[in-house]
Write a protein that binds this ligand. Structure first.
Ligand code: NAP
Length: 276
């Protein structure tokens, strides 16, 4: 799909497409003519999202909602097969399914560490593994991984989440070269803080230090992040980093890391001295 500017009749598969950033991206691509497959776990939420998306489509466009847990390799592979059988091979894959349970390292159970890696990293890997041969056969397609600012710098309170999002960056950066010249594009997205149910859930377990570190970050709406994702696909951008903060972080994270760590440590010290 190199240089694609039109999504008419394209089949877009979106894991985590029933809510937040995934759903907003689905709506935007549907309004540009795409057929959509949503993959997430909760059938009622999938159904609501499918109806919302259908409302943005023409009569001939299709939307398919499939319930599967991305951490379950067989279930996810089966859902991708079903979607391919019904709507044809995917032109675009967007892996937005994700979870975040912040907390102090010593308070977070190993089960959460394992689950976060299973959903955020392996859930993405399984989807790409299932879809890539279908794209390679047609020598066209585009894959979009959703990472996070926490995949560029480690953030206090995000010890289960940050490594899973770093892992996605490692996967994207190493796969990028392999896909060059194949006709298959690849993007990795570093969304800023975005007003979604995941962020609301995260805020419930965020330590106060983490809340203060992220307090100054600009809050985005999922529709605005979706617009940047779609622009990134159209422009074949490898890194999609919406906004100034993410743009700087994506370009300069290694250079900025010592300064950011100093700044974060200062916030942690202030937070602790206020609460003691
Ligand atoms: N919101 C932010 O501030 C922010 C910032 C940076 C990065 N991100 C990343 O952006 C992506 C989307 O997050 P969001 O904020 O839009 O969250 P959201 O509104 O809570 O949506 C998450 C979606 O993923 C699905 N999902 C979760 N676990 C799943 C699983 N095991 N199997 C299949 N589907 C699953 C959810 O549906 P079910 O629960 O029904 O399965 C839902 O459709 C995530 O990867 C997140 O880490 C978000």
């Amino acid at each position: 799909m190199s240089q694609q500017t039109d999504f008419k009749h394209h089949h877009v598969m979106i894991t985590g497409g029933s809510s937040g950033i995934g759903k907003a991206t689905a709506c935007r691509l549907a309004s540009l003519g795409a057929n959509i497959t949503l993959i997430a776990r909760t059938p009622s939420q999938l159904e609501r999202a499918a109806q919302e998306i259908k409302a943005t489509q023409t009569e001939v466009q299709r939307v398919l909602a499939l319930a599967a847990d991305v951490a379950e390799r067989e279930a996810l592979t089966q859902a991708i097969q079903t979607a391919t059988d019904q709507l044809g091979p995917p032109d675009i894959l967007i892996t937005a399914a994700g979870m975040a349970r912040p907390g102090y390292f010593q308070d977070v159970s190993l089960d959460i560490f394992e689950e976060t890696m299973a959903v955020n990293y392996f859930g993405t890997l399984y989807a790409i593994k299932a879809v890539l041969p279908l794209m390679a056969e047609r020598q066209q397609g585009h894959i979009v991984l959703i990472s996070s600012g926490a995949g560029l710098v480690g953030i206090f309170g995000y010890t289960p989440y940050s490594p899973s999002k770093f892992a996605l960056r490692g996967l994207a950066e190493s796969l990028r070269g392999e896909l060059k010249g194949t006709g298959i594009g690849l993007s990795i997205v570093y969304p800023p803080d975005t007003d979604t149910p995941q962020l609301v859930a995260e805020n419930k377990t965020k330590p106060p230090e983490t809340k203060n570190i992220t307090a100054s970050a600009e809050m985005w709406q999922p529709e605005d992040v979706a617009q940047e994702i779609v622009k990134g696909i159209k422009n074949q951008q490898f890194v999609v980093a919406p906004g100034l903060e993410m743009g700087l972080l994506a370009k300069l994270h290694s250079v900025l890391a010592p300064g950011l760590n100093w700044y974060f440590d200062r916030i942690v010290t202030q937070t602790r001295s206020q609460s003691s």
